[in-house]
Design a protein around this ligand. Structure first.
Ligand SMILES: Nc1nc2c(ncn2[C@@H]2O[C@H](COP(=O)(O)OP(=O)(O)OP(=O)(O)O)[C@@H](O)[C@H]2O)c(=O)[nH]1
Ligand SMILES: [Mg+2]
Length: 496
C-alpha cells in the first residue's frame, strides 16, 4: 500500500515538472526552522518586500537583489496557490499585525500548515528565451509555513519506539533537565511496560511527559530537542490516541505481551509516525527545491551553553534527515532535490552590526556537521545573519567617558533591564553585549538558564518598528537586514 502511494506520488511529481516546463518556472521554497525561529515573520517580510518593491521605487531597500536592481522585474504579485487542500498563508493578517501603528505586534505562533504563491514577471537575459520571443518570463514561488515544532518529528521516522524511549529518557536524565523532568520520570519508573494496558495510566504518563516538554521549552530553559512536535502543537489532533503515548523503558526487540501498556504505547507511537509525521513530510517537504533554515541562536545564547548545545543537537538531527543521496528509511519517503540551502541566524537586529560576523560564525559552528553533509551531496550552502524585520536602529552612546555601540528600539511591555521595566511605549538604548570572537566559547560550560548577573549578553525583545507609509497610506516595504542577500541566493539565479 505504501509502495503504491509512493509510486503515485512520484508520478505526480513528474507530471508537475512537465506542467512547470510548459508554463514558466516554479520554485518551491522551504522556510524551515524550529519553533519561534522567525519563519512566519520572514515569509511576511519576504513577500511584502517582493510585492511592494516596484511601487516603492527608490524607497525599496533591496540593492543586492540583482534582477530588481537591474530593473528587469516587471511585476510581482500574489497568485492562487497550487494546492487546493492546504489553507492559504494569512499574509494580509500578519502584515496588518506588524504594521498597525500603536497596536503593532508580532504574529501569533503558527498552529497549522499554510501556503502562498508569489509570481514574478521579469525580462530574461537568457539568449534561448529571447531567441524565441520569450524574454518576458515568469517565476512562481511557492512558500510553505508550518509550526516549527513539527520539524522535530523528522528524526522520529528512523527510530523505533524502544530507541526513541531510550533517547528521550536519557536526554531527560542529564543534570540540566533532570529537575524539570522529575515528576514525569518518577511516574515512568512506577509504570510496568508489561502490565495490562490502562487508559488512565497512558493518559497520566502522556500528560506528565507533555508538561515536561512544555517546561523545557519556556524561555528560561529554551531547550530545542523536544519531540514529538504535536505534543506541544497538536493542531486538530488534541486528545486523540495518536497523541496519548509516552516513552517507557523497553528494550529493542523485547516481546511485550498482547494488550500490555508497553505494546499499546508502541502502537500509538507507530501510528503517530505513520499517520501524522510521514504525510506531513511526504506532502510538503519532498517537493522542495530550495531551503532557508532559520536559526534563533540569540534565544539559546540568552539561556546559556546547555541551550546552545541542545540547539545544535536538534539542528543536526533534523538536518541529517534532510540529507540527500543516502538510502535510508527517511530518504525513501522524503527524497529531497534541494540544490541550495541558506542557513540564516535570525533577529540580527538585536545586535550592533559590528557583531553580525560573530553571529554568523556561531551559526557556522552550530550547523557545521549538517553543512559538511549537505555540501557532500552537492547542495550549495551559504550562511548569513539577517533580520526579516528590523525593529531597531543603531546609535553610539557615551557612557562614563567611553563610546559604546548601542541599539535603540521599543522593548516589548514587561521586558526589563535590572530593575527597569519597559512599558511597551518608551524607547530604550541597549548594549546587548559582545559575542565572543571564538564561536566555540558559547558551547562551553554547563549552566542552564543563566541569571542576569551571570550572562555575558542579554537580548531584549523589541516591538516591530513603526511602519512608514506611502502616499496611499500603504506601508512601505518592511525594513530588514540582508533580506536582499537571502533573496539573491535563494531565487536570484532563476531570474537571469
Ligand atoms: N527583532 C526581531 N524579532 C523577530 C524577527 N523575526 C522574528 N522575531 C521575533 O521572533 C518571534 C517568533 O517569530 P515567528 O516568525 O512567529 O516564528 P515562527 O518560526 O513562525 O514560530 P512558530 O510559528 O512558533 O514555529 C516573533 O514573535 C518576534 O518576537 C526579526 O526579524 N526581528
Ligand atoms: Mg510561525
Amino acid at each position: 500500500m505504501s509502495q503504491l502511494s509512493d509510486i503515485w506520488f512520484e508520478t505526480r511529481v513528474a507530471a508537475e515538472s512537465l506542467a512547470e516546463f510548459m508554463s514558466g518556472a516554479r520554485l518551491r521554497l522551504g522556510v524551515t526552522g524550529l519553533s519561534r525561529s522567525g519563519k512566519t515573520v520572514f515569509i511576511t517580510s519576504l513577500v511584502h518586500n517582493l510585492t511592494r518593491a516596484l511601487a516603492a521605487g527608490r524607497k525599496s531597500q533591496l540593492p543586492v537583489f540583482r534582477a530588481l536592481a537591474e530593473g528587469r522585474i516587471t511585476a510581482a504579485h500574489l497568485d492562487p496557490q497550487p494546492d487546493f487542500n492546504v489553507p492559504r498563508f494569512s499574509y494580509e493578517e500578519h502584515l496588518e499585525a506588524l504594521t498597525s501603528g500603536a497596536d503593532r505586534h508580532w504574529p501569533q505562533s503558527t498552529r497549522r500548515i499554510s501556503e502562498l504563491r508569489v509570481s514574478l514577471e521579469f525580462n530574461s537575459k537568457a539568449w534561448s528565451l529571447r531567441h524565441i520571443g520569450q524574454e518576458n518570463a515568469r517565476l512562481d514561488i511557492d512558500i510553505v509555513d508550518y509550526p516549527g515544532e513539527w520539524l522535530l518529528d523528522l528524526p522520529l521516522l528512523g527510530k523505533s519506539y524502544a530507541q526513541w524511549s531510550h533517547d528521550t529518557l536519557e536526554a531527560a536524565s542529564v543534570a540540566a533537565r533532570a529537575p524539570i523532568a522529575a515528576d514525569w520520570r518518577g511516574a515512568t519508573a512506577m509504570a510496568d511496560p508489561k502490565a495490562r494496558y490502562s487508559e488512565a495510566v497512558a493518559q497520566k504518563l502522556a500528560k506528565l511527559f507533555t508538561e515536561y516538554l512544555r517546561l523545557a521549552k519556556t524561555e528560561r530553559f529554551a531547550l530545542s530537542t523536544l519531540p514529538p512536535g504535536r505534543f506541544l502543537m497538536p493542531g486538530d489532533l488534541e486528545g486523540s490516541p495518536a497523541l496519548t503515548f509516552a516513552p517507557l523503558p523497553v528494550s529493542e526487540g523485547e516481546e511485550l505481551p498482547h494488550r500490555s501498556l508497553g505494546r499499546e504505547m508502541e502502537r500509538r507511537y507507530e501510528a503517530y509516525k505513520m499517520h501524522v509525521v510521514k504525510p506531513f513530510f511526504r506532502d510538503h517537504f519532498s517537493r522542495l527545491d530550495r531551503q532557508i533554515v532559520l536559526v534563533d541562536a540569540l534565544a539559546a545564547l540568552n539561556s546559556g551553553p546547555e541551550a546552545v548545545r541542545d540547539l545544535e543537537t536538534a539542528l543536526t538531527d533534523v538536518l541529517t534527515a534532510f540529507r540527500t543521496g543516502r538510502s535510508n528509511l527517511i530518504s525513501t519517503i522524503f527524497r529531497p532535490k534541494i540544490d541550495r540551502i541558506l542557513f540564516a541566524a535570525t533577529k540580527a537586529d538585536h545586535l550592533h552590526h559590528t557583531s553580525h560576523d560573530r553571529l554568523e560564525a556561531i551559526l557556522r559552528h552550530l550547523t557545521g556537521r549538517a553543512i559538511a553533509r549537505a555540501e557532500g551531496v552537492g547542495a550549495t550552502i551559504d550562511v548569513i545573519a539577517l533580520a526579516a524585520v528590523r525593529a531597531t536602529r543603531e546609535a553610539t552612546v557615551r557612557h562614563e567617558g567611553e563610546k559604546l555601540s548601542a541599539i535603540v528600539g521599543t522593548p516589548i511591555k514587561g521586558e526589563r533591564i535590572g530593575h527597569d521595566v519597559f512599558d511597551g511605549i518608551a524607547e530604550g538604548a541597549i548594549f546587548p553585549g559582545e559575542l565572543p570572537a571564538d564561536p566555540a566559547q558559547v558551547f562551553k560550560g554547563d549552566a542552564l538558564a543563566l541569571d542576569d548577573e551571570e550572562a555575558d549578553f542579554r537580548f531584549l525583545k523589541f516591538r516591530p518598528p513603526i511602519a512608514k507609509l506611502d502616499k496611499e497610506k500603504d506601508p512601505l516595504p518592511l525594513p530588514h537586514i540582508r533580506l536582499d542577500r537571502a533573496m539573491e541566493f535563494l531565487i536570484g539565479d532563476k531570474l537571469s
